[in-house]
Design a protein around this ligand. Structure first.
Ligand code: NA7
Length: 530
C-alpha cells in the first residue's frame, strides 16, 4: 500500500502543533498532525490531576496570533484551571477547523531520513505510516512522565496513577487512604484537593519546594477589560522581559537597600503572588546573600502557615530559591494542619518498597488504597529521545544526546535536515511563558519554510559549527548566577542516569528572539540549504 506523503508532518497537537498547522495551511503546505492522545491540548490533555492549573495568568498564557480570538475568549479565573485551558484548546481546534488534519491515537515511534529523496519516513504506533518533506517535533518540554524506581511498585494492588497520566474519568479519592510521592508543582497543586477528599493522605517528600501563593480567584472583569483594551501593548511589554511575562521587575540589587525595605518589598510580592515574586530585586538569582534573604522570608511564611513546628521545618527548603522552578499554590502549606494529612521525609525515612497494600518507608508501613506518583518528567529531551529519530548516515538522535543534548537555537540539529523542534533544548522555553514562546518558534519556522519555498530550496540543515557555537553559548549563559547550582530537571538531575547538562537557554526571551531574527535576516545564518 502506498503511504501518504505530506509536505509537513507535525508531531503533537498541543498549542505548538495546532498553531503550526494553522500557519502551514496559510503557506499552502499539505500538513498532517500526528497526536498520541485522543484529543488536542498537549499538556492540558494529559495533566488532569485535581487542582491542575497554569502558573501564569491566563490573560498572558493564551495565543496572540488572532486579535479576535484574544478579544472574544473569556477566562473565568486569574489562573485558569486545566479543564478551562483544555476547552480553550478545543475551541481553537474547532474555530480554525484543525481537526480534519489531525490524526489522533497516533504516536510517532520512528522517523528516519531517506537520504536518497531527502524525505522522512514515519512510523506511527510501530508501523510505517507516511513520508514527509519536513518534520516538526511539537512534542512539548514536559510530556514524558518520570516514574520512580521503587521496589515493588508493580505489585501494588490498589490504584496507581501518575499525575501526568491522570485518567479521563478521574480517580476515586473520597474516603480513601492516599499516598503522594513527590512535592513538585503537580503535587503542590493537587495535595490540597486530594486532602479535601481523602480519608488519610500521606505525602512522601524528597526535597521540599518553595511555593508562592497564587491568590487565584474569579477574573476581575475590570482588569480583563483594561488588558483587552490594550492587549498588543501588554504583549509587546511582555516580550521585552526575560521570561516573556508582563510584570514589574525591579532591577535594583536587594543588598543596596535596608533590611526593612527588602522585607517590605518581599511582603508586597507575597501579597501579589505568582511567579513574578522573583522580580522583587535584580540580584536575587545572582548574589547568594540576596537569595538567602529571600529564601528565609519564604521559610518564615511556611513556619507561620504550618501549626506543627516540626512539620514546618520539614517543609522548609534549604536550597537556592528559584534554582528549581518556583511553585505557585493555593493553600498548600496549610493543608498540613489537617489532622488526616501526614508528611514523610524520604531522606530520613527512605521508601524501602511497595507491597500489595502499602508503602514501606523508614521501617514504617503505610497502608493505602491509592498511590499517586507526582515525580515529574523526563524534561526537554524525553519526548525527542523516546522516538527513534535517524538522520544522516543513520545517526540516532538518542545516541547523539547520550551525554546531553545539543541544538542550534533549540530549533534544529546538524545531520537531521528538515527536522525542527519547537521549544527544544537550547531555547528559553521553560523559563518563559510557553504560549508566546511557542508562537515565536512557530512563526520563525513558518517564515523559514516560506523563504525556502520562494527560492525553491528543498532542504535545510543546521551546520555543526553553528550548533556547537550556540550550545557553548547556552552553557556559558547557564553558568551565570545561581540557577545551575541547584539539582533540577533543567539539568536532567531528576532522572536517574540522565546526563547532567543544563538544557534551556538562560539568556532571556528578548536576547533569544533577537538572535533568531538576526539569523533569519542574514539568510538563515548557521543553516545550509540545498
Ligand atoms: P517536578 O517539579 O519534577 O517534581 C517532581 C517531584 O517528585 C520532586 O519533588 C522530586 O523530588 C520528586 N521525586 C522524583 N523522583 C522521586 C523519587 N524516586 N522518590 C521520591 N520523590 C521523587 O515535577 P512536577 O510534575 O511536579 O512539575 C513539573 C513542572 O510542571 C513544573 O516545574 C511546572 O513547570 C509544571 P526531588 O526534587 O527530585 O528531590
Amino acid at each position: 500500500m502506498t503511504q501518504p506523503h505530506y509536505d509537513l508532518a507535525i508531531i503533537g497537537a498541543g498549542f505548538a502543533g495546532m498553531y503550526l498547522l494553522h500557519r502551514a495551511r496559510s503557506l499552502g503546505l499539505r500538513a498532517r498532525v500526528f497526536e498520541a492522545g485522543t484529543g488536542v491540548g498537549g499538556t492540558w490533555y494529559w495533566n488532569r490531576y485535581p487542582g491542575a492549573r497554569c502558573d501564569i495568568e491566563s490573560l498572558q498564557y493564551s495565543y496572540q496570533f488572532d486579535p479576535t480570538l484574544e478579544q472574544e475568549w473569556q477566562w473565568s479565573e486569574r489562573y485558569s484551571p486545566q479543564p478551562e485551558i483544555l476547552r480553550y484548546a478545543e475551541h481553537v481546534a474547532d474555530r480554525y477547523d484543525l481537526r480534519p488534519d489531525i490524526q489522533f491515537d497516533s504516536r510517532l515511534t520512528r522517523a528516519a531520513l531517506d537520504e536518497e529523496n531527502g524525505r522522512w519516513t514515519l512510523e506511527i504506533n510501530g508501523a510505517g505510516a507516511a513520508t514527509s518533506q519536513y518534520v516538526v517535533m511539537a512534542t512539548g518540554c514536559l510530556s514524558v512522565p518520570n516514574w520512580p524506581k521503587i521496589d515493588g511498585l508493580e505489585r501494588f494492588a490498589g490504584t496507581v496513577v501518575h499525575t501526568a497520566l491522570w485518567p479521563h474519568d478521574g480517580v476515586a479519592l473520597a474516603d480513601k487512604r492516599v499516598a503522594v510521592i513527590g512535592t513538585g508543582s503537580s503535587a503542590i497543586q493537587s495535595i490540597p484537593h486530594i486532602a479535601a477528599q481523602a480519608r488519610e493522605l500521606t505525602v512522601f517528600q524528597r526535597t521540599p519546594n518553595y511555593s508562592i501563593p497564587a491568590h487565584n480567584g474569579p477574573m476581575d472583569k475590570n482588569h480583563e477589560r483594561s488588558v483587552k483594551a490594550e492587549y498588543q501593548t501588554m504583549r509587546a511589554r511582555a516580550r521585552k522581559t526575560m521570561g516573556g511575562i508582563d510584570g514589574v521587575y525591579n532591577q535594583q540589587p536587594s543588598m543596596d537597600v535596608s533590611a526593612e525595605e527588602r522585607l517590605a518589598a518581599f511582603e508586597q510580592r507575597w501579597a501579589t503572588g505568582g511567579l513574578t515574586f522573583m522580580g522583587a530585586f535584580g540580584d536575587l538569582m545572582l548574589n547568594p546573600d540576596a537569595n538567602s534573604a529571600l529564601a528565609e522570608f519564604v521559610r518564615d511564611k511556611i513556619r507561620s502557615a504550618v501549626d506543627d513546628p516540626e512539620v514546618a521545618e520539614r517543609l522548609c527548603p534549604t536550597n537556592i530559591i528559584g534554582g528549581k522552578r518556583l511553585c505557585v499554590d493555593s493553600d498548600y502549606y496549610a493543608t498540613y494542619n489537617r489532622e488526616h494529612v501526614k508528611l514523610v521525609d524520604v531522606r530520613e525515612h527512605p521508601i524501602e518498597r511497595i507491597t500489595e497494600t502499602a508503602v514501606v518507608a523508614g521501617g514504617d508501613t503505610f497502608e493505602i488504597d491509592v498511590l499517586i506518583i507526582a515525580t515529574g518528567f523526563d524534561a526537554m529531551t524525553g519526548a525527542l529521545t523516546a522516538v527513534d529519530i535517524r538522520g544522516r548516515d543513520d545517526a540516532s538522535l538518542k545516541e547523539r544526546w547520550a551525554d546531553g543534548p545539543s541544538s542550534y537555537l533549540g530549533l534544529a540539529m546538524a545531520d537531521f535536515p528538515n527536522l525542527f523542534t519547537v521549544t527544544g533544548p537550547g531555547s528559553p522555553s521553560v523559563f518563559t511563558n510557553m504560549l508566546p514562546t511557542i508562537e515565536q518558534h512557530v512563526d520563525w519556522i513558518a517564515a523559514c519554510l516560506g523563504y525556502m519555498a520562494e527560492r525553491g530550496y528543498r532542504h535545510i540543515e543546521a551546520t555543526a559549527e553553528a550548533e556547537t557555537a550556540w550550545w557553548a553559548h547556552v552553557q556559558e549563559v547557564a553558568a551565570v548566577g545561581l540557577k545551575s547550582t541547584t539539582d533540577s530537571w533543567y539539568l536532567g538531575a531528576n532522572v536517574s542516569g540522565k546526563a547532567r547538562v543544563f538544557m534551556p537557554y538562560y539568556g532571556g526571551f528578548p536576547a533569544y528572539c533577537q538572535k533568531c531574527e538576526q539569523v533569519a535576516a542574514n539568510q538563515y545564518q548557521g543553516f545550509r540549504f540545498t
